[in-house]
Design a protein around this ligand. Structure first.
Ligand SMILES: Nc1ncnc2c1ncn2[C@@H]1O[C@H](COP(=O)(O)OP(=O)(O)OP(=O)(O)O)[C@@H](O)[C@H]1O
Length: 330
């Protein structure tokens, strides 16, 4: 228990106006120093959960604890939010006409100017923005502003960093770099990071703990690899791995026997072979995916997808054998 920093217990928050949305009876714990990714589609309740943890929303039911102290809602304190947590929203809340250095340093007191300068320089180094320190925010790209916003949020000994869609402003290449940097900074500084993203790849890459949210409910939480390999819901397998989902009748048409209603497998669990046997599929289409092909295959009117690492080996209209080594039943 001692290394738990955040406990969310049976938290419900519904919005009066919509009578829907929000989050429903969510419980989980976060370990100090972990990177936690909350993954779900748009409108699933991710931001509601993040704001509730920070104390920005009045929750209807349940409790949230920071260490052993209850997080107060906006009606219970003068300035909503939690002193040891910082939230970076998509608008960054930076002073766009001030310099990078001053934006970050503004979070520290002037009583010890040497420490103030040291801490500001150190966090800029961590986030690789030292070279930008004399630039004004308005002169920076979206990705650079994102880094400054994170540095500003972290500089004053923040224990929990809350990031709402931190990669929304960066392109694919910079996104990989920023993801790596957040992971590294969390490991180096010991800060606990809770981030919200609609892109499951963010969670799989970054997180020590993943939370899958759908329609305001927590479907599953755990380590990314565990959730990926053992999803408890079809939705989880679909968003994490673009799984193939078949009903019982279709599954049987391609030779998969099940007592349950649905069969699910990730394309990489199916092995392609050229041998001609009873489990043959016809290649309906080939999608170029860079270092591999994705094949759309058909058998008895049922379509499935499989990966072809040996690019170009099978072409449209070829017949192939597919060994589905593992599948899940729901
Ligand atoms: N202030 C509000 N008033 C009424 N309904 C709201 C309010 N904020 C959010 N909702 C509703 O609650 C649901 C969850 O919203 P939330 O912003 O938490 O989702 P999200 O998963 O973060 O989505 P996105 O990725 O689009 O930001 C949505 O249906 C949304 O319309």
């Amino acid at each position: 228990m001692s290394d738990t920093i955040i406990s969310v217990k049976n938290v419900t928050k519904q919005y009066q106006a919509t009578q829907a949305g929000g989050i429903k009876n969510i419980s989980f714990e976060i370990k100090k120093g972990d990177v936690v990714a909350i993954i779900g589609e748009s409108g699933s309740g991710k931001s509601t959960l993040l704001k509730s943890i920070y104390g920005l929303l009045k929750i209807d039911d349940g409790e949230i604890f920071f260490q052993n102290e209850k997080v107060k809602g906006p009606d219970e304190q003068l300035i909503p939010g939690h002193k040891q947590m910082k939230m970076v929203t998509q608008d960054f809340s930076l002073n766009i006409y001030a310099k990078v250095y001053d934006n970050i340093a503004s979070q520290l007191s002037n009583t010890d100017l040497k420490t103030k300068a040291e801490k500001t320089n150190q966090i800029m180094e961590h986030l690789r923005i030292s070279q930008l320190q004399n630039k004004k925010i308005i002169e920076l790209s979206g990705g650079e502003q994102q880094r400054v916003a994170i540095a500003k949020a972290m500089v004053a000994d923040t224990q929990v960093l809350l990031l709402d869609e931190p990669f929304s402003q960066v392109d694919a290449l910079l996104k990989n770099q920023l993801r790596g940097d957040i992971k590294r900074v969390a490991a180096e500084t010991g800060v606990t990071v809770i981030l919200v993203s609609h892109d499951p790849a963010d969670g799989l890459f970054l997180a020590d703990q993943l939370l899958i949210i759908k329609d305001g409910k927590l479907l599953q939480t755990g380590k990314p690899a565990e959730i990926y390999q053992h999803p408890e819901h079809i939705y989880t397998a679909r968003i994490l791995g673009n799984a193939v989902v078949l009903n019982k009748a279709d599954a049987e048409k391609i030779g998969l026997k099940t007592e349950k209603e649905m069969v699910v497998f990730y394309p990489e669990w199916a092995e392609l072979k050229s041998n001609w046997d009873s489990r043959r599929f016809e290649v309906k289409d080939v999608y170029y995916k860079g270092f591999y092909d994705e094949l759309l295959l058909e058998r008895n009117g049922v379509l499935v997808r499989a990966l072809q690492l040996n690019r170009g080996a099978h072409k449209k209209n070829d017949h192939v054998q597919l060994n589905i080594g593992r599948f899940l039943e729901f």
